[in-house]
Design a protein around this ligand. Structure first.
Ligand code: SAM
Length: 294
């Protein structure tokens, strides 16, 4: 049985009375080539621990299980749990957890798996790889949760709506550049694995997609005096992106015009520039200067 074939989805629907849920972002992948590119692009090795978000009927999961050491798959739809039991039957290194990824303590799961592996083999998993074809309605919250929680993983390789992928990897001075670009690039080195047309999904969404690989930085490339203030500055800057920084920074709670101008000057940033022209280092320096003045 080809798990990824559209006919399999039809068979599963008939056998289990399963109904695809639009509100859970269920657009299932039906292209083996794209599945292979996700697995290869994520760099899963045989001694790696894989965490998959939203396995659906298990098309990516089963390939990850063949490539990796162990796969933990987190799926919110309880109707998919018995289906996954059947479709992943021949893999003894997969564990499916019925949970909402946004409410899951991922590090606790990873820690437990690493401890079990050490007990079994004397060594930790070589790398921890997060993968998935993300539900589009919560792509950004999922990515930001993992990064803000300080997930103990090496990379996150995930499919998302093309527009979101464009925003995440955007450079300063472009229309797509915004708070999400700065936030993700602060935590990760970003690259695109493949762009994906809409016609490889069932049902077909009305947007195209892309797979990004986010390599989580072990060492940050900028030094922040206060991460919270950095994110507040980024948010304020892009919150009113058409305004000059001397005006948009007034969106930072507690700041005065005088302090904003002094911080801009100390950071060597012209106050008539807009947030969308600042690179990561400039945002870092500006927020460090604001920190000194708040
Ligand atoms: N991986 C499968 C594939 O590529 O065919 C399914 C991908 S589908 C785009 C997204 C999957 O995420 C669905 O199975 C959906 O039920 C699941 N999902 C949606 N919201 C979730 C959440 N908050 N936590 C965990 N899984 C979720």
């Amino acid at each position: 049985m080809k798990l990824y074939a559209p006919s399999t989805i039809r068979e599963i629907k008939a056998k289990y009375g399963f109904k695809l849920s639009k509100s859970l972002g269920q657009n299932f992948l039906t292209d083996k080539n794209i599945i292979d590119q996700i697995i290869e692009g994520s760099g899963i090795g045989e001694n790696d621990l894989v965490l998959e978000i939203g396995p659906g009927i298990g098309v990516i999961t089963s390939e990850a299980a063949s490539a990796g050491g162990k796969v933990i798959a987190i799926e919110i739809d309880k109707n998919l749990i018995p289906i996954l039991k059947e479709t992943l039957m021949q893999h003894d290194n997969v564990e499916v957890i019925h949970a909402d990824i946004l409410k899951t303590d991922v590090n606790q799961i990873l820690k437990k798996e690493q401890a079990e592996q050490v007990e079994k083999t004397g060594e930790r998993y070589q790398a921890v790889r997060v993968i998935g074809n993300l539900p589009y309605y919560i792509t950004t919250p999922i990515i930001m949760k993992l990064l803000e929680d300080g997930i103990e993983a090496d990379s996150i390789t995930v499919m998302m709506q093309k527009e979101v992928a464009d925003r995440i990897q955007a450079h300063p001075g472009t229309k797509a550049y915004g708070a999400i670009s700065v936030a993700v690039q602060y935590y990760c080195q970003v690259s695109q694995v493949v762009s994906v047309p809409r016609d490889v999904f069932v049902p077909q969404p009305n947007v195209d997609s892309a797979v990004l690989r986010l390599n989580i930085r072990k060492e940050k490339i900028v030094r922040l005096k206060d991460k919270d203030i950095f994110f507040r500055v980024v948010k304020a800057g892009f919150g009113q992106r058409r305004k000059t920084l001397s005006n948009s920074l007034m969106g930072v709670k507690g700041i005065t015009k005088e302090n904003a101008l002094a911080a801009l000057q100390a950071a060597g940033i012209d106050p008539v520039r807009r947030a969308e022209t600042l690179d990561l280092e400039e945002f870092a320096e500006l927020s460090n200067q604001i920190y000194e003045r708040l």
